[in-house]
Design a protein around this ligand. Structure first.
Ligand code: ADP
Ligand code: ZN
Length: 822
């Protein structure tokens, strides 16, 4: 028997290994195996089993599978198919797609374990010296003789690294040591902790132990009472704390046969702190009910369908999602909901838990590895039928999937920015096609692609015209900062309009959100003598000044340095800090409005787990009057007392050299405007800009999606951008400039040669917009094609030829459907 396997490394093809007899009867498609790959051992996934070898491969080329990891397939057929599609579509190795689809730690680590052989022992005994015999070999042998077995990692620690690998190989070849491989899958195991259970009989009133030969001490008595009152096993640590006894008390009781201490599985539950009081379902209004009815009708047909739910912010989409998922579960189907970022909507996870109780599992990146794993296992075992999570939750191992919801489908965080560069929404749709499930993608500002799909009949369009309860949309006003500059004769952070509005809002006892999409204190540090801006040594960007820890930080590679006393170039004494970030904004607002309690929300203030949730809860409760922060604040929040949203500046985003700059800006402004006036009070939005005439701003001001779509789609059509063209962005990176340059030139030439139809255009190579990042030089090639398949065939051919020219395929990364060309 032979196994065809996908390996989680950068190569795109599958490999065939022989299955040794003891494994071959147990191996199944979807199981993991350990295989020798080059000099290493890797975890691979069996994607097919064959009785005979394919004509091209001869059995002497073939290596044996080392070990079978799973007795039961860890990947189901449907997930194999889905990852296969991903691998083709996104031009990524199948093994990497499979690894992405499983919880971290699924590709188990292996390590080499070294033991000394009899020949090795006698080599020491004879103190053999001779040609090629070195003292370091003797050292290794003596170490092994003393220690019994030792891992190669441990050995490397004791010797010099590069040296150790060579030594091990030589000693093994000489038969002096034995090398075995050990699989370390500890990360995939459930967490165990000691629990305590009462043994023996209880007397009638259940408070004493008659079997005890000696009377119980007072402490023992407390343990017995506690265990009796709960009636089941209690985790040891909990027992000790609650009974107020030390571990030795329990140990004595165990010895005397009064209790049993045993390892038991604990589930790490990320929603454990949420109470499960029952919540009433809201009564849907007519618009909502109609939307729900058409979704449910498709659910009953058990056929694939995609809906685009386009409703302004606050129109009640979330209520429809919850009801639609409920309908699926009532039909015995499972439901999956994807959200851009869970930590931004702590209240929402809470609501789901109250609706679906223990049937809800939650999957997102800020959970600990253990929590994620436990949730994944609960889903796999069928205990949870409703899953909410971020991008990778699209792979949740749900059976009998009825519905997938993709909330805020336009969000860029659905696209993974490392291999495999898949889009969560599009992968969800492909999953639904296979599972004959219904997909509902929702947004107040659908991506151009999704709206276009609805217009061309690829999805079913549902529009919610009004906010729930006919609350008016916020009143949006732009302030021309050029006028403000003229009025004051110098640049101002805050216009008078905004300052007045903040004061008035506070007087009414209402809350404000201020947005600036730039963290840090100042954007950069500039020498006033020579004009040098201090740059990152690894990247082609300036460093951002952070005042709280007086440092200069690179936002791309996290390079950090202290604040210079003098200019590193000319020794000038005057360093000026230019451009405001959220940290400075918070300070300035604090000075202007000392009576307001202000909190900042950006990546710097929310790094600690739970800190964002904490700030948002405080804001919801009204302890905080104003939030200042980055786009994290624009997303999905439902605060009823927020009546003012101020946007300090949008001009940087607008001027990015990216074909989605206008779309991004329009979405951001519409979303942030949607945070205002969600309760009974009307909302107001003030946007400060130097480009008030730009169509993104004009349409955002009117909150007119259709007008924006018309403008933007004609731009995309004219410029051959998505949705009219498939885009593939290729980035060539290398620490060495010439090598990157040459590889880019060769690849571009091969692409042009391989592109046989005129419907494929190859642009570049050109230096990437960030020409240097993390110490690597970057070049870009863009493919525009009418058909993705033709583009991929071209790419296949050209990549092979480029690799044949000796370029490292690892330095070339391919992104299909890039969301940004930056
Ligand atoms: P969206 O997701 O479209 O932004 P939400 O679903 O969050 O909108 O609804 C906005 C607000 O209106 C929320 O406070 C929500 O609880 C309320 N709401 C929506 N639909 C109903 C309904 N049918 N009954 C009562 N309240 C509703
Ligand atoms: Zn950097």
């Amino acid at each position: 028997m032979y196994a065809e396997v996908a390996v989680p490394v950068y190569v795109r093809q599958t490999f065939t290994y022989r299955l040794p007899e003891d494994i071959s009867a147990r191996a199944q498609v979807g199981c993991r195996v350990i295989v020798p790959f080059g000099k290493k051992l890797l975890t691979a996934f069996i994607v097919a089993l064959h009785n005979h070898l394919d004509g091209e491969i001869t059995s002497s080329d073939i290596k044996d599978v080392e070990e079978l990891v799973d007795e039961v397939p860890i990947v189901g057929r449907d997930m194999l198919e889905l990852t296969r599609w991903m691998s083709d579509y996104y031009y990524a190795p199948w093994g990497e797609c499979l690894r992405t689809a499983l919880p971290a730690g699924a590709t188990v680590a292996t390590e080499q374990v070294l033991t000394i052989t009899d020949a090795g022992r006698s080599a020491i005994a004879h103190a053999q010296t001779g040609f090629g015999w070195s003292s370091s070999k003797n050292e290794v042998l003596e170490l092994l003789a003393g220690a019994g077995a030792i891992s190669s990692r441990e050995l490397e620690r004791q010797l010099s690294r590069s040296h150790a690998t060579a030594l091990i190989r030589q000693l093994e070849r000489a038969g002096l040591i034995h090398v075995a491989h050990r699989v370390d899958d500890s990360r995939l195991r459930p967490k165990l902790q000691n629990a305590v259970r009462l043994l023996g009989k209880r007397n009638a009133n259940g408070t004493d132990l008659p079997t005890a030969d000696k009377p119980l001490s007072e402490q023992q008595q407390r343990v017995v009472e506690l265990l009796t009152s709960t009636g089941e096993a209690v985790p040891l640590s909990e027992l000790l704390e609650e009974a107020g006894v030390s571990a030795s008390v329990v140990r004595t009781m165990e010895k005397r046969g009064m209790v049993e201490v045993f390892p038991s599985e604990v589930r790490r539950d990320p929603l454990a702190h949420i109470s499960q009081e029952q919540m009433d379902l809201v009564i849907l209004n007519e618009e909502q009910q109609r939307a729900l009815d058409s979704i449910v009708a498709k659910l009953d047909e058990h056929e694939y369908a995609t809906f685009l739910l386009h409703g302004v912010t606050g129109s009640g989409k979330t209520e429809i999602y919850i009801r639609a998922m409920r309908e699926a579960t009532l039909r015995g189907q499972s439901a999956l909901m994807l959200v851009p970022e869970i930590s931004l909507t702590p209240m929402f996870s809470r609501r789901l838990r109250t609706h679906f109780g223990d049937a809800v599992a939650i999957l997102h990146s800020s959970l600990s590895e253990g929590e994620r794993l436990d949730e994944w296992r609960r889903i796999k075992e069928g205990e949870a039928q409703v899953v909410i999570g971020t991008r990778s939750a699209v792979f949740a191992p749900l059976e009998n999937l009825g519905i997938i919801i993709v909330d805020e489908e336009h969000e860029t965080s659905y696209k993974q920015d490392e291999t495999p560069r898949y889009h969560g929404r599009d992968t969800a749709i492909m999953r639904a096609v296979r599972a004959r499930a219904v997909v509902v993608i929702g947004s107040a500002t659908p991506s151009l692609e999704s709206f276009h799909n609805a217009r061309t009949g690829k999805s079913i369009y549902i529009r919610l015209e009004a906010r729930y309860g006919n609350r008016p949309l916020a009143d949006v006003q732009t302030v021309d900062m050029r006028e403000v500059f003229k009025r004051h004769g110098k640049s101002q952070t805050f216009s008078d309009e905004l300052k007045t509005a903040i004061a008035e809002t506070h007087e009414r006892g209402e809350q404000t959100i201020i947005l600036l999409n730039r963290r840090g204190y100042s954007s950069f540090a500039l020498c006033r003598s020579c004009g040098l801006a201090i740059r990152c040594p690894n990247c082609d960007v300036t460093l951002t000044y952070h005042r709280y820890n007086s440092s200069l930080l690179c936002h791309y590679c996290n390079y950090i340095r202290g604040v210079p006393r003098a200019c590193p170039a000319c020794d000038g004494q005057y360093i000026q800090y230019v451009g405001e970030g959220t940290e400075q904004l918070e300070a300035k607002l604090g000075e202007l409005f000392p009576e307001l309690s202000i909190a900042r929300v950006d990546r710097d203030t929310t790094r600690r787990r739970g800190s964002l949730e904490h700030i948002l809860m405080e804001f919801a409760s009204g302890t905080i009057d104003m939030l200042v922060g980055t786009q994290m604040l624009a997303k999905g929040h439902d605060f009823h007392n927020v009546t003012l949203v101020g946007v300090i500046s949008v001009d940087v985003g607008l001027s990015l050299p990216d074909f989605r700059a206008a779309e991004r800006t329009f979405q951001l402004l519409t979303q942030v405007a949607g945070r205002a006036g969600r309760g009974h009070l009307p909302g107001r939005v003030i946007i400060q800009t130097y480009h008030p005439e730009h169509y993104s701003l004009v349409c955002a001001k009117d909150q007119d999606y259709d007008a924006f779509y018309q403008r933007e789609i004609s731009f995309r059509r004219a410029m051959h951008y998505p949705p009219f063209t498939a885009l593939i962005n290729i980035c060539i990176k290398d620490k060495d400039f010439d090598r990157a340059n040459l590889a880019a030139a060769d690849l571009a030439r091969e692409l042009r040669q391989a592109a046989r139809t005129s419907s494929i255009r190859v642009l570049g190579p050109a230096p990437a917009p960030l020409a240097r990042l993390k110490g690597e030089h970057r070049f870009q090639i863009l493919i525009k094609a009418r058909s993705r398949r033709a583009a991929r065939e071209t790419l296949d051919l050209a990549m092979d030829r480029t690799a044949a020219l000796g370029h490292n395929p690892r330095s070339i990364s391919v992104e299909v459907d890039p969301i940004s060309l930056m």
